[in-house]
Design a protein around this ligand. Structure first.
Ligand code: AMP
Length: 552
C-alpha cells in the first residue's frame, strides 16, 4: 500500500523561501572589526534573487558549479541561499588549501564562476590562470582587482546585484531538480593524496539541518543567535547556515576577524547564544579570556559546538567554570555533512558522570548508524571496550566521492566504502547506549610492542597541565617496540615547565608503559588547512632531525 502523503521534495529553495518570508526580520550579522554589518533575512531573500539573476546573466545554467572563496559573511550566506536554490551547485573553496590543491579542486568540480572576497584576491589570483573552467570572477568588497589579470571576466558583486531584478522564480528554476541532486560540494582537506569531493544533496542538507536544530543536537530555535566561527568553506560550517535559515535564528559571522580579541568583542557586543568552532580557536579564546581584567563576558553563549578534533577536558571545564560557556562536543567529517554525533549526556547522572559522557564524541542520532570493525572487516560488539575502525551510514553520509572522467583518480574510492558503509579512518569504541569514543585516527595510533597507544589520550593528558598551551604526540620508530610516543609540547606564553615535571604529572593519568620517553619543545604545533594538528608535518620534522629531542 502506498501512503496517502503528498510528494514534497526537500529542497534548499524551500528553506530560503521560508526564512525570507516568515523570518524576514531575523538578521544576518557580519563583524567588521569594530562594529557589525546587518541585513535581514528578507533582504537576503531579495539579494539571493538578484544574485541568481546575475549568475544567469553570466551564463550559469543547470547544475553548473559556482565556487566561493570567502570568509564567513553576509555575502557568503547569500551565495549559500542563491546558488543551490537556482538549481546550480555551490562549491565552497577552502581558502587555506595549498595552491596546487586549490587548482585541483576547482578543475575537478569544473567551477564556471567564483565569488571572491576582495581581501582574498592576493591569495586567490595566482591560481586563477590554472583554473581551466572558470570564466567569471565576482568580487565582493574592496581589493586589488588588477591582480586577477585577464583569464576570466571580472565583475563587482554589488554592481552585478544592482543591475538585476529582485524577482527570481526559484520554484520554476528548481522544478527539474530531484531532491537527490547535488546542492553543494566540499572537498576533504586530507593530508594524503588528492582532495576528495563530496556532493551533498538537497535532501541530505534538509534532513541534516533538521537534526542540527533538535534538542539532541544544537537545540536551535528562532529565538537563537548562531555564531559560526567554523568556516563556511569547511564542511558547510557544520550545517549552521542552513540550520539558521531553517529555524529563523539570527546568523552571526566573524568575517576575517578570527583572533581571540575581535571574536570576544564581537561576542560581548552581539551576545550570540549558540555556535561552533574547533578546539584550536577555543583554546586561544580561553587563554585570552583568562588573561583579561576586568573579565570580558561571553556567557550569552549557551551551547557551543566543538569538534573537528577532540575537545580536551581542561578546555571544556576551564571555559565553563571560569567563563560560563558550555561546550558541546560533536564528531563528524566532511563526508558526514558533517554531523555524525553530538555528546548530550543522558539524564540522572552526577556532574562527573555527565562530564565523562560530554567528553565522548557523542551519541549517534537515529538516522546515522555506526559500527566498528577489525582489520579483517569483521564487526565488533558495541560493548564500550572493543576498539575498531568506525564505519557509518545514513541519509546524510557520503556513499562515494565525486568522479570526474576528465581527471580520473583510480584511488578515489579505495578503502573508503564497504557494503554501503563509509569507513571513517577513525578508531573508536561504541557503548551499548550508542556513544562513540574516538581513540585516534587509524594513521596516528602508536603501535608499541603489539599494543596500541592513543596519541589523542596522551595529548589531552599533557594539555591538562596548566603550563602547556598545546601538545601533539606522534609515534617514532623504535628498534625494540616498533614505535614509541614522542611528545612535542608548546609551553603557555610566559610559563615554563620541565619534561620531568610533565612526566610526573602524567604519572597517575596514563599507564606506565604508555608514558612518552621522547620529548621536545616546539614553538607551535603545525596545523592543517582547517586547524587540525598536522602530524604528517611533525613526523617529517622529526625524520629530518629538526626537533631537539630529549630521551629518558
Ligand atoms: P574533516 O573532514 O576535515 O572535518 O575531518 C574529519 C575528521 O576530524 C574525523 O574523521 C576525525 O578524525 C576528526 N574529528 C572530528 N570531530 C572530532 C572530535 N570531536 N574528536 C576527535 N576527532 C574529531
Amino acid at each position: 500500500m502506498r501512503s496517502t502523503m503528498q510528494e514534497s521534495p526537500l529542497s534548499i529553495a524551500r528553506i530560503v523561501r521560508y526564512a525570507a518570508t516568515f523570518h524576514s526580520s531575523s538578521e544576518t550579522v557580519t563583524w567588521t572589526g569594530e562594529s557589525s554589518r546587518r541585513r535581514t533575512y528578507g533582504e537576503v531573500g531579495t539579494r539571493a534573487a538578484r544574485l541568481a539573476n546575475g549568475l544567469r546573466s553570466l551564463g550559469i545554467q543547470g547544475d553548473q558549479r559556482v565556487g566561493t572563496f570567502m570568509w564567513n559573511n553576509n555575502e557568503h550566506l547569500e551565495a549559500y541561499a542563491a546558488i543551490p536554490s537556482m538549481g546550480a551547485v555551490l562549491h565552497t573553496l577552502n581558502i587555506r588549501l595549498f595552491p596546487e590543491q586549490l587548482i585541483y579542486i576547482a578543475n575537478h568540480a569544473e567551477d564556471q564562476a567564483v565569488i571572491v572576497d576582495g581581501s582574498l584576491i592576493p591569495l586567490f589570483a595566482p591560481q586563477l590562470s590554472s583554473m581551466k573552467t572558470v570564466k567569471h570572477i565576482i568580487v565582493s568588497g574592496e581589493g586589488d582587482r588588477s591582480l586577477l589579470g585577464s583569464h576570466a571576466a571580472v565583475h563587482d558583486y554589488e554592481e552585478l546585484l544592482a543591475a538585476q531584478s529582485e524577482n527570481f522564480d526559484f520554484e520554476a528554476a528548481s522544478a527539474g531538480t530531484d531532491e537527490q541532486d547535488a546542492a553543494a560540494i566540499c572537498y576533504t582537506s586530507g593530508t594524503t593524496g588528492n582532495p576528495k569531493g563530496v556532493a551533498y544533496s538537497h535532501r541530505s542538507i534538509y534532513l541534516h539541518s533538521m537534526y542540527a536544530l533538535t534538542p539532541s543536537a544544537f537545540g536551535i530555535s528562532a529565538a537563537d543567535k548562531i555564531l559560526a566561527i567554523v568556516p563556511m568553506f569547511h564542511a558547510m560550517a557544520w550545517g549552521l547556515p542552513y540550520a539558521a535559515m531553517f529555524s529563523g535564528a539570527d546568523m552571526h559571522m566573524p568575517d576575517r576577524f578570527l583572533q581571540p580579541e575581535p571574536l570576544c568583542k564581537f561576542i560581548s557586543q552581539e551576545k550570540p547564544t549558540v555556535g561552533g568552532a574547533v578546539p584550536t580557536v577555543w583554546n586561544a579564546m580561553l587563554a585570552y579570556l583568562d588573561a583579561q581584567e576586568p573579565k570580558i563576558r561571553v556567557d550569552s553563549l549557551r551551547d557551543v559546538a566543538i569538534g573537528g578534533s577532540a575537545c580536551p577536558r581542561a578546555l571544556m571545564t576551564g571555559i565553563e567554570e571560569r567563563h560560563g560557556v558550555k561546550l558541546l562536543h560533536a564528531w563528524g567529517m566532511t563526508e558526514t555533512s558533517p554531523l555524525g554525533s553530538v555528546a548530550r549526556p543522558p539524564a540522572g547522572l552526577s556532574k562527573e558522570e555527565s562530564l565523562a559522557y560530554r567528553l565522548t564524541q557523542g551519541l549517534l542520532p537515529c538516522p546515522v548508524e555506526g559500527r566498528i570493525t577489525d582489520d579483517n572487516g569483521d564487526v565488533l560488539p558495541n560493548d564500550g571496550k572493543a576498539v575498531g575502525e568506525l564505519e557509518v551510514r545514513g541519509p546524510w553520509i557520503a556513499g562515494s566521492y565525486i568522479e570526474n572522467p576528465n581527471m580520473p583518480d583510480p584511488d578515489a574510492q579505495k578503502d573508503k566504502f564497504r557494503d554501503g558503509w563509509l569507513r571513517t579512518g577513525d578508531v573508536a569504541m561504541i557503548t551499548p547506549d550508542g556513544f562513540i569514543t574516538l581513540t585516534d585516527r587509524a594513521k596516528d595510533i602508536i603501535k608499541s610492542g603489539g599494543e596500541w597507544i592513543s596519541s589523542v589520550d596522551l595529548e589531552n593528558a599533557i594539555m591538562g597541565h596548566p603550563a602547556v598551551a598545546e601538545a601533539a604526540v606522534i609515534g617514532v620508530p623504535d628498534p625494540k617496540w616498533d614505535e614509541r610516543p614522542l611528545a612535542a609540547v608548546v609551553p603557555r606564553a610566559g610559563e615554563s615547565v620541565s619534561f620531568d615535571e610533565l612526566r610526573e604529572f602524567l604519572g597517575d593519568k596514563v599507564a606506565r608503559w604508555q608514558l612518552p620517553e621522547h620529548w621536545a619543545f616546539i614553538a607551535e604545533v603545525p596545523k592543517t588547512s582547517v586547524g587540525k594538528f598536522d602530524k604528517k608535518v611533525l613526523r617529517k620534522q622529526h625524520a629530518d632531525g629538526e626537533l631537539e629531542v630529549t630521551t629518558f
